[in-house]
Design a protein around this ligand. Structure first.
Ligand code: EPS
Length: 393
């Protein structure tokens, strides 16, 4: 099953194994690409207040091992290799048994599903270390989108109970403002409060979740479709964001706020400016009927607090068969700021796929003029017969 039609990607690798592999299949030929584009995104993923000590060990760099020749994509699968520097510490070492599953992690469910006799295989692959590979894939997609005039970005809207008010800041400026602080929040006052809150949670030997917003500006109207459930772009984006470790909720535009409003207040009026159809508000999150409106796309994702807590939680040691406290394994305290580039990567992947599905073409040369020829929301692009018709004679 797949929610994409042109692009697909796979990742492989364990958190403490030699490294991560990713393959992005279906990208067009002729996209100028070098590793610095990918490494800049990988560096963003590593940075964020509340990260654990592992991020001081890793220096994530992607090596492109296929699909790019002389600085240009060839249309062949693009493969990447990202080394785990931490692997050196694990290689050849006898690792202590791990038999007390952490509530909220994949330790127990993974063992029930696969019959593991130690919980490590579950956590090794369930670990968010894998997101480094996704960010490499997403960096290529982001770069492709940028060539087509589409800007993607993300930032932190809430950490724990601390909420930022970003409503007065233009969407296009939020990312640059967010990158100025260590919690990736465009509202500097809220950012300070968030840093303070994370400091406190570390002292309290606990963890914090939060809300991340991701956006895209410059998308044409007409991506996705209303005609089949798995072609609806809401569904495709929702699935992609929900696939990220610790993400347990996704909202498109102010969906939950809209749910509390009457219909006359929950939608974006259609106005005419010259011959162009305009939407002065954006309560739809940029999507109507599974299709992009041409307005800005905005999605929110809820990240749960990380399951690995310094304060022990109640569990059962499967080896002794007795109730026991969890044992602490090194982890992040608040990975929310680091989740923004990961969610951006997934957003960019789905949008690059939706654009390629709409445009067709196998090279940048073919894709670019097709983008220019798309139907727009202008009266002249939408001629109506304006006559009664018998649809089912
Ligand atoms: C993670 C646990 C920690 C995090 C890891 C995700 O790893 P370790 O056990 O090696 O300290 O650091 O995240 C990363 C390694 C990363 O690159 O983001 C987990 O259990 O999900």
């Amino acid at each position: 099953m797949s929610f994409t039609s042109r692009l697909r990607f796979l990742t492989a690798g364990e958190s403490h194994g030699p490294g991560l592999t990713a393959i992005l299949d279906g990208m067009v030929a002729g996209l100028a690409l070098d590793e610095s584009v990918i490494n800049a995104e990988l560096a963003r993923r590593q940075r964020g207040f509340g990260a654990g000590p592992r991020m001081k060990i890793e220096r994530d760099q992607a090596r492109i091992t296929g699909g790019v020749m002389a600085g240009l994509t060839t249309g062949a699968p693009i493969s990447f290799w990202i080394e785990n520097r931490d692997h050196e510490k694990w290689k050849g070492k006898t690792v202590d048994p791990f038999t007390a599953p952490r509530p909220g992690h994949a330790d127990l469910t993974g063992a029930i599903k696969y019959g593991y006799r130690d919980l490590r295989p579950a956590l090794e692959r369930a670990s968010a270390r894998e997101t480094a590979a996704r960010v490499a894939v997403g960096a290529v997609c982001k770069h492709f989108l940028a060539q087509l005039g589409v800007q993607t970005g993300g930032y932190v809207q809430a950490i724990g109970e601390i909420q930022a008010d970003v409503s007065a800041i233009a969407l296009a400026e939020r990312q640059a403002l967010a990158e100025r602080n260590d919690v990736r929040c465009p509202d500097p006052q809220a950012a300070e409060a968030m840093i303070e809150r994370i400091r406190r949670v570390i002292q309290e030997r606990d963890t914090l979740g939060g809300v991340i917003e991701v956006f895209a500006i410059g998308l044409p109207s007409g991506l996705g479709s209303h005609v089949q459930w798995d072609r609806r772009l809401e569904a495709r984006l929702g699935a992609a964001l929900l696939s990220v470790q610790a993400i347990k909720g996704v909202e498109i535009g102010p969906a939950f706020e809209n749910a509390r409003l009457p219909g006359t207040q929950a939608h974006d009026a259609i106005r005419l400016e010259g011959d162009e159809l305009k939407r002065p508000t954006d309560r739809s999150g940029g999507l109507e009927g599974g299709i992009t409106t041409g307005g800005a796309l905005l999605l929110r994702a809820a990240m749960k607090p990380i399951a690995t807590t310094l304060t022990p939680q109640q569990t059962v040691d499967l080896a002794s068969g007795k109730e026991a406290p969890t044992r602490y394994e090194r982890s992040d305290f608040c990975p929310v700021p680091r989740a923004a580039p990961i969610l951006e990567a997934m957003l960019a992947f789905i949008l690059a796929d939706a654009l390629l599905e709409k445009l067709g073409g196998d090279s940048m040369e073919e894709v670019l003029p097709r983008l220019a020829s798309l139907r727009r929301a202008h009266l002249q692009d939408l001629p109506m017969d304006n006559s009664g018709q018998i649809f089912w004679p």
